[in-house]
Design a protein. Structure first.
Length: 422
């Protein structure tokens, strides 16, 4: 999978991410103009559409057209899939899913295929349409490779070309490639939408941070314009330290996947950084793990440990990720693949799509924050974390589905897309 997520490949996607971001802001602009210059927009549904379109373009060269209310079967099957499938499950469903861990896989698989629950019906419908689209992509990429065509630049096509050039003993068959596509789509879409939603939530509730970020974006655009460039380069985007800090702080405080599950490949003894006193009074300095044992890692808990992040660990404060922040905690523990954040795991099994997700979020937030101002909606500001597989915003007073209503208006001088003035 690594060739498909190489940084040189991801750089080619920047203009596609930017196109989706501009298309989204165009839709929002029409809404607020119709509302008289300031309108209420429900962010989670719009961001789900935007990230689905972006993923289709970059990962599979497939047009969902979600922002245009596209009606492809794959788009319809994926719409609200995760929230519909995993939110507000009954007690017996939770029990049954936990029971799967202790049943033989040969028994579980037929149950997944045929049980008539609404959750499994939705997942089966998505898998059917996703595999149809994947089969078409695999066949097209194979033909391009055989005929000597340069082919498409999406992730799956890059993966297929790399796979065809590999040693036959290590290459993936077409069925495995199709499974990779469905897995990537299932895991990589709502996570980005949810994190971007949380970013906008925090910016709306911290107007001084929102303004500081907008100033950085516009200053960077002015520099690009002064040298004759009308679009930001990868280097320009990477130079935005405050944008990176806002994203990192959101990923720390609002871990989209709160718990990570791993299975031990061998017997091992895990040392503890801090001794733990048990109920019986014993002091543990290590934990023995047996081969095959399931280990649950609380990423959300680590991301809020005061021993790691300081006394303000429960506060959203992007400055903690800036080099000149003297109040930042100096943790003894080092974990995670980015700035000590546990959200993406660590080591060889860390999230392979991290750079993809970061690049996409950067492109989206640059357009969103430059062009619009965000504020909480009076009477609809009781935002909590929805208890489901992907932790998204939800109204405490209207539980049952993801939502983040925000008041949106044009930012000062937002009509100047090149940031010639503030």
């Amino acid at each position: 999978m690594l060739p498909a997520f190489h940084f040189s490949t991801l750089r080619l996607f920047l203009h596609r991410f930017r196109f989706v971001a501009e298309k989204t802001t165009d839709r929002w602009n029409k809404i607020i103009q119709k509302a008289g210059g300031k309108g209420e927009i429900e962010m989670t549904s719009w961001l789900s559409k935007a990230t689905l379109d972006a993923m289709g373009e970059t990962a599979f060269d497939y047009k969902f057209d979600s922002l245009d209310d596209g009606h492809s079967e794959l788009s319809k099957s994926y719409s609200n899939l995760i929230s519909d499938s995993f939110f507000k499950r009954s007690d017996w469903k939770i029990f049954f899913e936990a029971l799967w861990l202790y049943l033989p896989w040969l028994l579980v698989l037929p149950l997944i295929k045929f049980l008539p629950t609404q959750q499994l019906k939705r997942i089966r419908a998505y898998m059917k349409e996703a595999r149809k689209a994947a089969a078409h992509i695999v066949q097209t990429a194979n033909k391009d490779y055989i005929s000597g065509k340069e082919g498409r630049k999406d992730i799956m096509s890059t993966l297929i070309r790399a796979n065809l050039s590999e040693d036959p003993k290590t290459k993936l068959d077409d069925d495995s490639l199709m499974s990779q596509m469905t897995t990537f789509m299932f895991a990589g879409h709502d996570t980005t939408a949810a994190t971007t939603s949380w970013c906008l939530y925090h910016l709306a509730n911290n107007p001084e941070v929102q303004k500081k970020l907008r100033d950085e974006i516009r200053q960077t655009r002015r520099k690009a314009s002064a040298r004759g460039d009308f679009e930001l380069s990868v280097q320009d985007i990477e130079s935005m330290k405050y944008l990176a800090a806002v994203m990192k702080e959101t990923m720390r405080l609002n871990a989209i996947i709160p718990v990570l599950q791993r299975q031990a490949g061998r017997d091992e003894v895990i040392p503890l950084s801090t001794p733990v006193k048990t109920k019986s009074g014993d002091i543990l300095t290590s934990i023995p793990i047996s081969k095959g044992q399931i280990v649950y890692l609380s990423l959300a808990l680590y991301n809020r440990l005061k021993s790691v992040w300081g006394d303000d660990a429960d506060k959203w404060r992007p400055e903690r990720f800036l080099d000149d922040d003297e109040s930042a905690a100096k943790p003894k523990i080092k974990f995670g693949v980015i700035s000590n954040i546990a959200t993406f795991g660590s080591g060889m099994r860390s999230c392979i799509g991290l750079d993809f997700r970061m690049t996409e979020m950067q492109a989206l937030l640059i357009e969103f924050v430059d062009k619009f101002e965000y504020a909480p909606v009076p009477g609809k500001d009781d935002i909590i974390a929805a208890p489901q597989n992907v932790i998204s915003p939800m109204l405490k007073s209207d539980q049952g589905h993801n939502q983040l209503p925000l008041l949106v208006s044009l930012a000062p001088d937002s009509e100047d897309l090149n940031g010639a003035s503030d």
